[in-house]
Design a protein around this ligand. Structure first.
Ligand code: NAD
Length: 485
């Protein structure tokens, strides 16, 4: 890739600007080396961005447009990302650590959101409610206004695309707070907004620390809606701040998701699911398959297969991993890596068996060996806490009811999975899993089209699918009293 420029600014009201809170070093977690500096926004910068977004919204430039035209603009943003696929993927891999081939999938997935939601722009229709001959009554779905979007570092391009595309499609203007650890690739959304001719101020990027820019944005009195993906603690802080201004939130807060593997499961086919489920993005996936609850009759075979997958992975810097294959990059930072390694040590001290991996690798960068823990029991910390790393916990069960109880026995409820050849059993179990999405015989089955979001502490509101559009609009009812003629 081309040389990365040394300093990256924020994007407010169509201009690239310095930040009131200085700069942060952006580190390549595959080498530990500094890539560039990113401007950090303070509360004043956030206010300027919100005022710009508010002004553009109030002009009606997006809302007065025929929806098909707005949809075409949104779709064009996706095409722009694809036209720059290699550049964005290289930058994303560098700052986040993921292999280049994973970064390409992320950028392609981001473009897909703009395609999908852009296509839906003209499908939002109100309804007419009969009130008798004396009235004509109808509803319209209107955008909230300024959508505030606070983005995590694990999939910075895809997460921004997910909320930005839906918000613009429905006619909102947007202030994005990119993650301070992986902010650089988000600059492409500003380039895309300019390339497709969105008015200045319709899309703003204010990277900053969570406790500064993030807190200022979520508590700003002129935002009208907040979307957040990240940790539970931060989600609570954001929802509390938004509540003070009576602003609605979408919270997507991670999970401790379980695959229930029955005695008749196809474990050969399932190897691909384990590979994707817990080792893609070095396990830093909110919907990761972080627990497998396996019938005792297949326990040893499953553990052995999981170990061979973990040990087959070549681990190293994402930039050296160009093509799809058995490989894995670093975690996003040494701090996250050490936290994950600490949780593994704690699991062992509580009686889990470390079957493979578990150690920080003795090379520069934030690498953790792909890890499999067996003999995990439901009350252990590792069975309850989101590791957010390449760490698989294997638990066993005898009766179906026990498997469901274990699967549902955490504070979370993001996704779940059932692996069995018996469709009746799969359906019954799927109905009992307390999660927003259940995969049967393929982890991550679904796509941009399928609604995604949590039960319990995994959050509320839905991203993806048509359901997500309802986060960005509010219903207005118009009742007209008619004169009798
Ligand atoms: P975090 O929740 O602190 O950060 C996510 C985003 O929120 C970042 O943009 C951050 O700047 C912002 N933020 C932080 N504090 C804020 C505040 N008070 N107000 C407003 N915005 C704020 O996550 P983290 O500390 O980077 O990671 C910690 C844990 O979060 C991880 O180990 C993982 O369990 C979880 N996580 C989950 C996801 C997910 O996809 N569900 C993504 C990232 C992190």
């Amino acid at each position: 890739m081309r040389e990365v420029k040394g300093y990256w600014q924020n994007y407010i009201d169509g201009a690239w600007v310095d930040g009131g809170a200085g700069r942060i070093d952006v580190i390549n977690p595959g080498t530990g080396e500094k890539i560039a500096e990113q401007a950090l926004a303070d509360a004043r910068d956030v206010d300027l961005a919100v005022q710009a977004a508010k002004r553009v919204h109030s002009t009606g430039v997006l809302t007065d447009m025929r929806p098909v035209e707005r949809g075409r603009i949104v779709q064009a943003m996706g095409r722009y990302l694809l036209e720059h696929l290699e550049e964005i993927a290289a930058l994303l891999s560098l700052e986040q650590g993921k292999p280049i081939w994973e970064a390409r999938i992320e950028v392609t997935g981001a473009a897909r959101y703009f395609e999908y939601y852009g296509n839906q722009a003209e499908t939002l229709e109100g309804r007419s409610i009969p009130l008798g001959a004396g009235y004509f009554d109808f509803t319209t779905d209107e955008p909230y206004g300024v959508s505030a979007q606070i983005i995590p570092w694990n999939f910075p391009v895809e997460m921004t695309a997910r909320s930005l595309s839906a918000a613009l499609t429905t006619g909102n203007t947007v202030v994005v707070k990119p993650p301070e650890m992986t902010p650089l690739s988000n600059a492409w959304f500003a380039h895309a907004a300019e390339a497709v001719g969105l008015p200045k101020g319709a899309v703003n990027l204010v990277c900053g620390y969570g406790h500064q820019a993030g807190a200022a944005l979520s508590a700003h009195p002129d935002i009208n809606q907040v979307v957040f993906t990240g940790s539970v603690a931060t989600g609570i802080a954001i929802a509390s701040a938004a509540a003070k201004n009576v602003v609605p939130c979408v919270l997507e807060l991670g999970g401790k998701s379980a695959a229930i593997v029955h005695s008749d499961a196809d474990l050969v086919a399932m190897e691909t699911d384990i590979r994707k489920g817990i080792f893609i993005n070095a396990g830093q996936v909110c919907s990761a398959m972080s627990r497998i609850i396996v019938h005792e009759s297949r326990h040893d075979e499953l553990v052995q297969r999981a170990v061979s997958i973990a040990e087959s992975l070549s681990v190293g810097p994402g930039a050296d991993r160009q093509t799809f294959g058995a490989n894995m990059g670093p975690m996003v930072s040494v701090k996250q890596r050490d936290r994950a390694a600490g949780l593994v040590s704690e699991a062992v001290s509580q009686g889990a068996k470390l079957v493979t991996g578990g150690r920080a690798m003795n090379i520069p960068g934030a690498f953790l060996q792909p890890t499999v823990l067996a003999e995990v029991t439901p009350e252990m910390t590792i069975a309850q806490t989101e590791v957010f790393g390449p760490v698989l916990s294997v638990l066993r069960f005898r009766e179906d009811a026990e498997a469901i109880e274990i699967a549902n026995g955490t504070d979370y409820g993001l996704v779940g999975g059932v692996f069995t050849r018996d469709l009746d059993r799969a359906t019954q179990v799927a109905r009992k899993i307390r999660a927003g999405q259940v995969f049967v015989n393929e982890w991550f089955a679904g796509g941009v089209e399928t609604p995604f979001g949590g039960y319990g502490k995994s959050g509320y509101g839905r991203e993806k699918g048509r359901e997500a559009l309802w986060n960005y609009v509010q219903t207005k009812n118009i009742a007209i009293k008619l004169k009798r003629t």
